[in-house]
Write a protein that binds this ligand. Sequence first.
Ligand code: NAD
Ligand code: ZN
Length: 358
Amino acid sequence: MNYKNFKSVDKCVFGRGSFSQLREIIDAKKKSEDDYFVFLLDDVFAGKPMEHNLPLQNGDKLILVNVDKEPTTDQMDALTAKVHSFGKLPAGLIGIGGGSVMDVAKALSMLVTNEGPATQYQGLNLIKNPAIYKVGVPTLAGTGAEVSMTAVLTGPVKKLGIKCEYTMFDQIILDPNLIADAPIEQRFYTGMDSYIHCVESLTGTKNNAFSMAFGEKALELCKDIFLDPFTSREEADDKLMIASYMGGLSLTYSEVGVCHALSYGLSFVFGTRHGIANCIAFDKLEEVYGEGVIHFRRMLSLNSVTLPKDLAKDWTEDEISKMADVAYALEHMWIHAYGNDWKEKVNKEKIMNWYKMM
Ligand code: NAD
Ligand code: ZN
């Protein structure tokens, strides 16, 4: 098929306080008395009001998910074994957290119904059996993981998503109250993921009217959020949730580009988190993204965020070469950024040079 036949999230609730509707929403999915749900909660909320206010009922299980590192295939295998140890499969999973927990919930919903290790399913359309019902409740906004067809996992040999129709959430709940207390820097880095998705989506060869409609609007929202000093935090949080959503949709019908390719290398070799890794890379890409980078730098300074500097001086040639290999292998991103003849414009040495600037 030449054109992607993509699946959307089935249902979406948006609004302040909408998280309180969660129980009613999942109850409607219960088919028998002994049906239960598994709540996957980012362990940053352990002991916090969020944990105490979860609408757990008889039989429901709570699993605290640690995302100090971005989700790994090993972590997914352990979680799959844990859910299998409950006996009967849950009627649904509810993932509550940032992009990492969104991906954990998406991956787990498929791995519990498909035998074997997670590594076996990293790639496109490798999942055989349908997933179980899942709900995504973001507590950070920007990645678009709540609307994407990918559950990104780091394995021993690659950082690659499980990507197929079954990955999509059946339901998402976008409640801006839940992102209100995110630390300023984390909020910024995750928010910039959305901004960078838009810039990359809009500037490459795969851009089209569909991705442009979502990308341009999301970009406008990002500018209101991060460049307009008159936007209140409340208004900004509302807009950020929608920018994440629309940025994600823009990508669905386009592609990410040079920044994400470099960022994947950083994450794979040094475990740098996606949001900050993007920012470190994007700052060095004025040659590619021009005005997008100039605006980005203004956002950094207006939001009093300082990027780590001179990282490359502690990197070995080997590490830089490894990162460049990871980045170079992401051919779809290069094709999007430079066209089918990208190899005439970018080589490994050029990629290594970008890393050396960081
Ligand atoms: P994250 O989920 O990795 O969380 C970052 C940190 O913030 C963690 O320490 C977490 O515990 C903490 N945190 C989360 N919510 C918080 C809150 N409300 N208050 C305080 N702390 C909070 O961050 P992210 O940037 O949202 O997501 C990055 C992840 O998303 C990466 O694993 C990346 O691979 C993935 N991703 C997926 C897609 C996709 O399409 N599936 C797209 C982009 C990124
Ligand atoms: Zn991203």
